[in-house]
Design a protein. Sequence first.
Length: 130
Amino acid sequence: MSNTGESLEPKNTQQWQITQITGDLRKFSEYVLIPNHKSGKDKIFIGLLGYRPNNINDAQALLEIYITQAKTKFVAQDYTVGECDCHGQRFTITIEIKGKKLFTGWILDQQGTLKLATPFTGFANRGNPS
């Protein structure tokens, strides 16, 4: 093996700056914690993860978990870069809740706000919730 002085680590040539990380509480209180919601995501958050339906305290706890983990992961550049459109730069960040790894969608706008777009797009363990 020759030493060429090149790093084998992938390089992120784009450096995004965030001024705040936020999410809308309604993503949880009026979406994933609503039994029989048309999205079916209630089956993940209520059924699999054991959060209480229609519970504002659980919604707030989930939002705090998401924001805390997203901040840590974003600083560590532990994300997947998605499309950039008129709404901003999209990212997928894996959030771990109760031992389950969930893909989540985020958008970074022009003002530097990283905002939760969707709390669940799939499981990070090859589609397997375990």
